[in-house]
Write a protein that binds this ligand. Structure first.
Ligand SMILES: *Cc1c(COP(=O)(O)O)cnc(C)c1O
Length: 390
């Protein structure tokens, strides 16, 4: 049978969120409470997220996206015009854009081919007198080698901002990611391990800087709106600097509170699927993800195969088409940043300057890994991969 003839119903969606009745009930209760904006549910979500990460409530600030979390962390770290921030080419555009929004220039350090994470040796090679910070991404949920990253940062006095958008559950040597550097930035976008629809969180080592981030997320005001209108009486606010409109709503936190309760169960489910794929694809001409380092707890956000045409007899983009035509949604994480027009034109980036990330970006395919996937759906994904390679 031709791979394209396999019946394709129902479609296995890529990145489908796992929303339960608890989330639905809490959203309804929030709507009926009359308080939709930043209020008690956001405060509770911050405190519970901080506790999950082993921190006190003064070390977490909820915001309205992962991009906002990155931007505010960079501002709080003192990054601005004239500075350089070293980051990875194998990431979502938001990582580089957040750096550009501060007026600083992102500088790329290529990734390690096995971990697909930024390579500390390459970071060291890109440090200049203008370098102010390093922005590693825990790609696919696999923690970066934070011993090596922190050693380079400490040697050169650089701030470390961890992009933990894929890595809520990850740990490096038993320490939760996002607590190893100066700031940890999380995304709760719809396809992430923990979702609030749109949303984000900043973790910070320094409670005073975190308090500034909280103020910056609401116009640079000294007190947030739910304190102003609480039953304790009217309190005037003062604008102490020009901030942003990056606050999270209680409606979003209502979802996040219950996603957080299930975060470990969902992690177990994705881990099982990840391991099933890893077994099933052994012996195929694709490149599988590296096994997990004994020092790391992988968050299992993405399961990515490399489809190299020379080895597989099918081009990556043709493979993507064959997967969707068999009813399986797929993703690409990521086309390396230097292949995008804006960065090429504005910053002069060339794909050949970060050859490892470019090669991964040209061959990578992400398979469905949502925790609620049935074993039948997982079996269909496996059959579709074999069919697409045939
Ligand atoms: C999703 C993502 C972001 C941005 O998060 P948003 O919540 O969509 O703003 C940043 N970095 C990486 C690696 C991401 O995957």
């Amino acid at each position: 049978m031709n791979a394209d003839d396999i019946p394709c119903d129902p479609f296995v969606t890529f990145g489908a969120p796992d929303i339960g009745d608890d989330e639905a009930r809490e959203v309804m209760a929030t709507l009926r409470s009359g308080w939709l904006g930043t209020g008690p549910r956001v405060a509770s979500f911050e405190a519970q997220f901080a506790r999950y990460k082993g921190l006190g409530p003064d070390h977490a600030a909820a915001v309205n996206s992962g991009t906002a979390a990155l931007h505010l962390s960079l501002v709080a770290a003192g990054v601005g015009p004239g500075d350089e921030v070293i980051t990875t080419p194998l990431t979502f555009c938001a990582t580089a854009n957040a750096i550009l929004h501060t007026g600083a220039i992102p500088v790329l350090a290529d990734v390690d081919p096995a971990s697909m994470n930024i390579d500390a040796g390459n970071i060291a090679a890109r440090v200049t007198a203008r370098t102010k910070a390093v922005l590693p991404v825990h790609f696919a949920g696999r923690p970066c080698d934070m011993d090596a990253v922190m050693a380079v940062a400490d040697e050169h006095g650089l701030a470390v901002i961890e992009d933990c958008a894929h890595a809520v559950e990850a740990r490096w040597r038993e320490k939760p990611v996002g607590t190893l550097g100066d700031y940890g930035c999380f995304s709760f976008y719809a396809s992430k391990n923990l979702t609030t629809g749109e949303g984000g969180m900043v973790l910070g080592r320094d409670a005073q800087k975190l308090s500034r981030i909280r103020s910056l997320s609401l116009h640079g005001m000294t007190r947030d709106a739910w304190q102003r209108y609480s039953s304790h009486g009217f309190v005037h606010y003062d604008v102490v600097e020009c901030g942003f409109k990056y606050n999270m709503m209680d409606l979003q936190a209502a979802i996040g509170l219950h996603q957080l309760k299930r975060v470990e169960r969902a992690w177990e489910a994705r881990k099982a699927i990840w391991n099933t794929y890893q077994q099933a694809f052994r012996g195929l001409p694709v490149t599988l993800p590296a096994e997990v380092s004994p020092h790391a707890r992988h968050a299992f956000h993405l399961y990515t195969l490399l489809v190299d045409e020379a080895a597989c007899g099918v081009a990556r983009d043709r493979f993507l088409e064959r997967m969707t035509s068999q009813g399986v949604g797929v993703g690409v994480h990521y086309t390396a940043l230097p292949q995008h027009t804006y960065y090429r034109e504005r910053l002069g980036w060339k794909p050949q300057d970060t050859p490892v990330a470019t090669a991964i970006g040209r061959t990578t395919v992400s398979l469905p890994l949502a925790p609620q996937l049935s074993s039948e759906a997982v079996a269909r994904v496996i059959t579709a991969v074999r069919g697409a390679l045939a």
